[in-house]
Design a protein around this ligand. Structure first.
Ligand SMILES: [Zn+2]
Length: 166
């Protein structure tokens, strides 16, 4: 008689992958600016939309984006969010926290980040936020230089001002 065994339902397999990423001209310029605490977008020559981060071409029109980058504010508006209750080793916020899509002032595309210094009961669409940068001596070539966004205390942005970016 064969022995009945429980079926295997979970298999844990540690996976590791080291790779070298070549950022290219446009992303390199963006990352070098982030290293200096600047946020660069770039304007599409066809319709004037500002993409953040800056890119070498417009994904909508398929044309090169040349010309001077646009320096953006580190303030913006939450266009949507979700509440995260799962810990992540590269996010040093207490659970639960809100993962947010931020429309930086002057940009036409949103940025994914996290919200700190705010109860999840208070986070909402339209909330105005500002970046909290890490101490200057911890900056690297990374968007991790911004530790999180926090409420700026400004009045909420009207829905019409960000509805097309949701
Ligand atoms: Zn375009």
């Amino acid at each position: 008689m064969s022995e009945e065994k429980e079926p295997v339902e979970v298999l844990r397999t540690p996976v590791e992958l080291d790779y070298t990423y070549s950022a290219g001209v446009s992303a390199s310029r963006f990352l070098r600016a982030v290293e200096q605490g600047k946020l660069l977008g770039q304007r599409c020559p066809v319709d004037g939309r500002v993409y953040f981060p800056s890119r070498g071409s417009c994904p909508q029109h398929g044309v090169p984006i040349e010309g001077e980058p646009v320096e953006l504010s580190d303030r913006g508006t939450i266009v949507t969010f979700s509440v995260n209750r799962v810990p992540s080793e590269n996010i040093d916020l207490e659970l639960p926290y809100a993962a947010i899509q931020v429309l930086l002032d002057g940009a036409d595309t949103t940025l994914f980040h996290v919200l700190g210094e705010c109860s999840i009961d208070d986070v909402r669409m339209g909330m105005r936020v500002e970046a909290v940068w890490r101490p200057r001596d911890e900056w690297t070539i990374s968007m991790q230089n911004i530790r999180y966004f926090k409420p700026s205390g400004e009045p909420d942005a009207p829905f019409e001002s960000y509805q097309e970016h949701i």
